[in-house]
Design a protein around this ligand. Structure first.
Ligand SMILES: [Zn+2]
Length: 84
């Protein structure tokens, strides 16, 4: 999967996340509480956990290397085939 495809999927996922107790698409951890109170990803229109939101802030500041979207837990753990 390319980063562009990953972003498309994550944007779609953002429209379909549960209102509570989501699984963070970036790290794969279950996040308790209302989804809307967590962090909006800087890379796609999808909510991530507070921890990942903090890491993204560091990435954007250039302090740590950015994690490619295709390496996000929800994508790298999937076993689907993508049409190229
Ligand atoms: Zn996370």
């Amino acid at each position: 999967m390319t980063n562009e495809q990953a972003k498309k999927y994550l944007d779609w996922l953002g429209q379909n996340q549960p209102e509570e107790d989501m699984i963070c698409p970036r790290c794969g951890e279950r996040v308790e509480g209302k989804t809307a109170t967590h962090a909006l990803s800087r890379y796609a229109n999808v909510m991530v956990c507070d921890h990942c939101g903090g890491i993204e802030a560091l990435e954007q500041a250039g302090l740590v290397p950015a994690k490619p979207l295709k390496d996000w837990a929800v994508i790298s753990s999937a076993t689907w085939e993508v049409r190229e």
